[in-house]
Design a protein around this ligand. Sequence first.
Ligand SMILES: C[S@@+](CC[C@H](N)C(=O)[O-])C[C@H]1O[C@@H](n2cnc3c(N)ncnc32)[C@H](O)[C@@H]1O
Length: 315
Amino acid sequence: MDNRIWSAEEEAIIATNTEATECKRCAVELGYWKDDYIGYFAKHVDRKAPEINRGYYARVKGVEMFIHQFLERCDTKCQIINLGCGFDTLYWRLKDTTQAVGNFIELDFPAVTAKKAHIIKRNKALLEKICNEDGEVVIREGDLHSDGYHLVGCDLRCLTDVKRKLSVAAAGAPTLVLAECVLVYLRSDAADALLRHLAAAFPRCVLLTYEQCSLDDKFGEVMARNLRGRGVAAPGRSHALGPADGAARLQTLGWGRARAWDMVAVWRALPDEDRARVERLEMLDERELLTQLNSHYALAVATTCDLFADMDLNA
Ligand SMILES: C[S@@+](CC[C@H](N)C(=O)[O-])C[C@H]1O[C@@H](n2cnc3c(N)ncnc32)[C@H](O)[C@@H]1O
């Protein structure tokens, strides 16, 4: 049981997971992509604006593209560490493909992981995909463990906590660390310490981040103001950087090779037929709205190992 009292800001950060899950469910319902599991985590959702749905489509497809590239370069002994996982359904979606992951570790505040564990335990379709051969999952210190899936409560700002919870990870295994809209909620010094630690701890690792970028213009100011309006502090200075400078920053934190693209580039890199299909799903009158939004988010790929050096947007 997690008896911690959360500060107003932490409550606001935790609420961002509800928003992300609802946006993903809305886009799935409209046919942007297939996700048989998101409905267990968000029941009823209001319709979101077309540019939001398309932005989420590019985010989910961009992340998937790099995850598939990572898995193609690994055998089944690889692992994925999902930082600030929220109610992400990636584990279950991958289970329905042929690309096996040996170990999948999800971290978030205990308030979030406890709710996620509760939903998993109540829904057979989720539970049956994480059970050990004897049909068991183990709950230890409020965390959920099975042979290849671990859902652990932890504050990413506390490295001691992170290190302890990541004891279920194998340091030498090929590892993908995913941070999807998470680092923006950490102060820059805490995010730097976390990323530096992960680079040192996992020598065969890919870091995949999807985060805000280029927030030092008018539109960025509005995004930061919106966050503050919801009780979340201003993003750290690293989010003011453009994609190239953001990638260079990752290199200073121990990631030997790093590249980043804004979501305008990611959107363009999606297969033409996929883009055409989603563009037919709903009208978007003001296309520049999507471009503006996409130019303030970036995907970055950084590696500690040559095995992953050729991962690329157009690979
Ligand atoms: C916007 S949600 C994104 C969730 C998920 N990654 C996705 O893209 O659907 C941000 C998540 O990061 C988590 N988070 C933010 N700061 C955290 C911290 N210090 N420790 C653990 N989790 C944190 C929040 O609780 C929330 O679930």
